[in-house]
Design a binder for this molecule. Structure first.
Ligand SMILES: Nc1ncnc2c1ncn2[C@@H]1O[C@H](COP(=O)(O)OP(=O)(O)O)[C@@H](O)[C@H]1O
Ligand SMILES: [Mg+2]
Length: 370
């Protein structure tokens, strides 16, 4: 990624890494931070760390982010120890602090870096290839919610307030449409109307299912399949990562985002809308996995919302992508012309498919054991 070795030397110094830097390579396909794997030492005693340059445009208060990170990982680590889990160091991210006790390093350019121990023999996937992977990822996220069930949501700072607030997202979209700073509104009238109508219908259905009464708890808030590390040898889920959005919310957000990303037959930005379908088998695997992972830490009200969670989060994302398209692509990085519009359209198509399957999905949740 064209960086000078300079920040890494400083990182090593402040973190107390003694071995010399051997190599640095980019890691993963994340959209938010820049993540690298850095290897220090020699071949006989390699030391591998993950350095992440935090995106301080998205997360304006890195110190709060780091406090949350520490609290969450300590809680998970304690839960792993309580149940005597195998290889606990591979099942939870471990923050490497500076020798001074600081939780992050600020380089000379003002960039804030977080470092964790590298989890070896693991990989993340962007697309579900087999239902077992969907089951495993869901089990990991369910377990994550269960491990954090005892943590008071008020103990965590809110790094992104109103992150999953559908009504607020709609207002932001309407505002972007009205202001029309990039003269794109006229070309998306149809999508806009579609979204507003879908939101009305969804809001009504959420209300009938008691959404306003569902409890708030500590949730991950970014439950995408690529935020789970899989153990490469066994292909089982090992560790939930990307903890920056962990804060209070409802289970709906977590399970919904998982369904959105893992029960679609197409990528998030698929331009061929005909290939965007809701995969009910994958949904079934996700439901079983999630219930297996969360165990007794889910209540009846939360369970009653699992089937509608997917459409809710899919619509929310359609709104966010269309808002960003209207505002000139400032939040989501684009790789091609009208990329955010493609993303919005694909999410809308997925929402429609999920909405048609809602009754079937609700039946599946009701019948699932757990
Ligand atoms: N401690 C770690 N050990 C191994 N791989 C990691 C570790 N942390 C991150 N990764 C890899 O880096 C990728 C990006 O990290 P992530 O925290 O999800 O950042 P982003 O916010 O950019 O999505 C992950 O998908 C994973 O493959
Ligand atoms: Mg990620």
């Amino acid at each position: 990624m064209g960086q000078s070795p300079e920040p890494f030397e400083q990182l090593a110094r402040e973190l107390g890494i003694r071995g010399a830097l051997q190599r640095v390579c980019p890691l993963g396909s994340g959209h938010i931070h820049e993540t690298v794997l850095a290897e220090y030492g020699d071949a006989a005693h390699p030391e591998r760390f993950v350095h992440q340059k935090l995106n301080t445009h998205v997360f304006k208060h890195p110190a709060l982010l780091m406090q949350n990170f520490l609290l969450v990982t300590q809680q998970i680590r304690a839960a792993l120890e309580r149940r005597a889990a195998r290889e606990p160091e591979r099942r939870c991210l471990r923050l490497i602090r500076c020798t001074s006790g600081e939780l992050s390093v600020t380089d000379r350019g003002g960039n804030v870096w977080r470092t964790t121990a590298f989890i070896g023999g693991a990989h993340s996937i962007d697309v579900v290839e087999r239902p077992e992977q969907a089951f495993e990822a869901a089990r990991a996220f369910g377990g994550f919610a269960a491990d954090l069930a005892g943590l008071d949501p008020a103990a965590l700072e809110e790094p992104l307030p109103h992150f999953h607030d559908l009504d607020q997202r709609l207002r932001a979209l309407e505002r972007a449409f009205r202001l029309d700073t990039h003269a794109r509104a006229a070309s998306v009238r149809e999508e806009m109307q579609h979204l507003v109508d879908a939101h009305t219908e969804l809001a009504r259905s959420l209300a009938t299912r008691g959404f306003s009464r569902v409890r708030r708890r500590v949730v991950h808030n970014d439950c995408k399949i690529n935020n789970v590390l899989f153990d490469t040898a066994s292909d089982t889920a090992l560790c939930v990562i990307d903890l920056d959005t962990v804060m209070q919310g409802t289970l709906l957000c977590d399970f919904g985002d998982l369904v959105r990303t893992a029960a679609s037959t197409a990528r998030e930005d698929e331009p061929d809308l005909g290939s965007v379908r809701f995969d009910l088998d994958a949904f079934c695997a996700l439901t079983r996995g999630y219930l297996a992972g969360i165990g007794a830490a889910i209540d009846a009200a939360e369970r009653g919302l699992l089937a509608i969670a997917g459409p809710a989060l899919t619509l929310e994302n359609a709104m966010r992508f269309l808002t960003d398209h209207l505002e000139g692509d400032i939040y989501f990085r684009i790789q091609r012309h009208q990329h955010n519009l493609d993303r919005a359209r694909a999410q809308l198509a997925l929402f429609d498919a999920m909405w048609r399957a809602l009754t079937a999905a609700e039946r599946l949740v009701a019948d699932a054991r757990g």
